[in-house]
Design a protein around this ligand. Structure first.
Ligand SMILES: CC(C)(COP(=O)(O)OP(=O)(O)OC[C@H]1O[C@@H](n2cnc3c(N)ncnc32)[C@H](O)[C@@H]1OP(=O)(O)O)[C@@H](O)C(=O)NCCC(=O)NCCS
Length: 189
């Protein structure tokens, strides 16, 4: 399999996961600018100076890749239509043959620390291991210092498989270790 028509939305408890669309740029920009201090220690893409044009181009790229089935970056929208964060199934250049994807996530600062990240990862596991997707293995890569990210993975039942990377210079040019957690479809209860 080198292509499949990916589903474009999933209804979680109190949020919707969906593919970005044209005109989502302002919502993405507002959420990420608000969250710069919260995201920047962990997310190399975080920027204090994203322009409206850059944000709009980004959401269109996300949709384009989704439609071409080369990468799946999703938005997390709340019931009022507020962008609460982002997640996704990332192929990282491996294609579908491995039936494996890496789940990524960020939660905007005003919505963090309230259980949403855990509920979104639970939803990604339920959706990802459903018939809608080809995955039989989902991974979660996190900085060893990122205690919130580690805890979310543990709470959702992912297993720590390895220290994937040791002492790579991180966003602030200090050495960081990257942990890899994973869950197999057969391990999902
Ligand atoms: C990491 C992140 C996704 C977690 O989402 P969240 O909605 O804040 O997490 P939750 O509220 O579901 O918390 C889950 C657990 O993590 C713990 N936790 C959350 N943030 C924490 C922090 N900064 N330090 C220590 N523990 C933390 C919570 O206490 C909770 O554990 P508990 O139930 O045992 O008390 C979110 O904080 C975030 O977007 N961080 C910045 C970007 C990032 O690091 N993304 C992940 C990259 S792998």
């Amino acid at each position: 399999m080198d292509y499949f028509a990916a589903p474009d939305r999933y209804e979680g408890e109190g949020f919707t996961l969906r593919c970005y669309r044209p005109d989502d740029g302002p919502a993405l920009r507002e959420a990420t600018l608000e969250s710069y201090a919260h995201l920047s220690p962990w997310m190399p893409w975080a920027s204090e100076r994203q322009t409206p044009e850059e944000a709009e181009r980004l959401v269109r790229q996300f949709q384009g890749r989704w439609l071409l089935a080369t990468d799946f970056t999703a938005a997390v929208f709340g019931p009022e239509g507020t962008l609460l964060g982002g997640t996704g199934f990332h192929l990282r250049g491996k294609g579908f043959a491995t039936r494996s994807a890496e789940v990524g996530m960020w939660i905007r600062s005003s919505a963090a620390g309230q259980g949403l990240g855990t509920r979104v990862l639970e939803a990604m596991l339920s959706w990802g291991f459903s018939d809608a997707w080809p995955w039989t293995r989902l991974t979660w890569h996190c900085d060893a210092q990122n205690l919130g990210s580690k805890r979310v993975a543990e709470k959702c039942g992912l297993r720590l498989e390895a220290t994937l990377i040791r002492n790579e210079l991180g966003v602030d040019d200090t050495p960081r270790d990257t942990l890899m957690f994973a869950l197999l479809e057969s391990e999902r209860e």
